[in-house]
Design a protein around this ligand. Sequence first.
Ligand code: NAD
Ligand code: G6P
Ligand code: MN
Length: 433
Amino acid sequence: GLKIATIGGGSSYTPELVEGFIKRYDELPIRELWLVDIEAGREKMEIVGNLAKRMIAKAGLPIEVHLTLDRRAALKDADFVTTQFRVGLLEARAKDERIPLKYGVLGQETNGPGGLFKGLRTIPVILDICKDMEELCPDAWLINFTNPAGMVTEAVLRYSNIKKVVGLCNVPIGIEMGVAKLLNVEHSRIRIDFAGLNHMVYGLDVYLDGVSVKDEVIEKLTDPANSSFVKNIEGIGWEPEFIRALGVLTCPYHMYYYKTRQMLEKDIKNAETEGTRAEVVQKLEKELFELYKDPELNIKPPQLEKRGGAYYSDAAVRLITSIYTDKRDIQPVNTVNNGAIAGIPTDSAVEVSCVITKDGPKPLAVGDLPVAVRGLVQQIKSFERIAAEAAVTGDYNSVVLAMAINPLSPSDTISKQIIDEMMEAHKEHLPQF
Ligand code: NAD
Ligand code: G6P
Ligand code: MN
């Protein structure tokens, strides 16, 4: 049987993952699931871990659930390591979201200054996990869900010896499900050719039963009600002329780049009324953990769908299953480009449709991206690379450079001001600086 180690086991998403393992048990015979957390997350892990045990007992499966603060014990001989941790917890995310707003810049978990600082906090931890993996489970696959997933995957590829790494996001599967709903058809009939970067991914074509329906789907994206596919971003619709001429499907995060001012104004207003997304999520999380405590509860509660990471279990468990069984189906994941997307370094991480084999994801060749999107994708990749390097070296100048070249930054000077305030606010989680 298989051993899975899940780092950040106290996450409210753990019931998602467990539900996925239960559903696919016939193909993926897991014997041990080890949830790992740190002291600050011990109580959450115990609550969610006990729910996991009840879910598994209800399903009548022989999966042992272990809860531990000892990461090395969890990693020892693991077959798959999944990561879903948040350095500094939601409190740190709230700072990432609030501070940039004061300077008239987007405050967001994975984009702009917030994404940069989440990366700076996270990358040293993931590289430490990689070192432990080299020693304790050198053959394991690392399935990274921890954000910013693109930058984190880039850092693992460049600065660790772990080559069996896949970055995962629920946005592509969320778009597939959303498109299926828009067309009122089963998810399995929809296929999308994805290419780009994490949270900067485009659908180059969309097929229903193998026939392109791209133009029809693009028309539907002009309706605000259809323009986001995740709960954490409220879609505000696309100008028909723009989206038609762009000619590819966007992901919800593109609204921050192509509708920058309107998204910022909306976020400033939200921050003043209901709070930033992290502050909303803090309340949601409290409600979720109250539910999780109920000893009668033995399923994933539907309230979890209010979180942005919906369908995470489908994405994660279908990926692990296809690696384990050498299924060779097509799934969008973050992996080494290897020439699939022209103009992006061959050794960088990209988010692209891949054939999933026992030897990992094999990207489908894309070639040149459409001319209208190529430059933005390259610019974000450069931002991720410089940020990842800065996270490793602790070089302050590189942090300023990364921020200043990001399209969401209005100037080098404002970038530096934001960075200085955020460095101070997050200093306990930035030992490299
Ligand atoms: P969370 O705040 O509940 O954190 C999860 C757990 O990580 C906590 O219990 C915390 O104690 C633990 N943790 C913190 N530092 C740790 C460390 N050094 N080692 C081990 N555990 C540690 O977070 P969440 O909202 O459940 O999200 C978890 C992660 O998943 C975040 O990084 C988030 O951005 C990411 N996420 C990714 C996607 C995606 O599409 N890739 C979707 C949703 C969430
Ligand atoms: C999205 C993304 C994640 C993101 C999350 C936020 O859909 O794919 O990468 O971090 O959901 O959700 P939350 O509920 O925490 O705001
Ligand atoms: Mn994501």
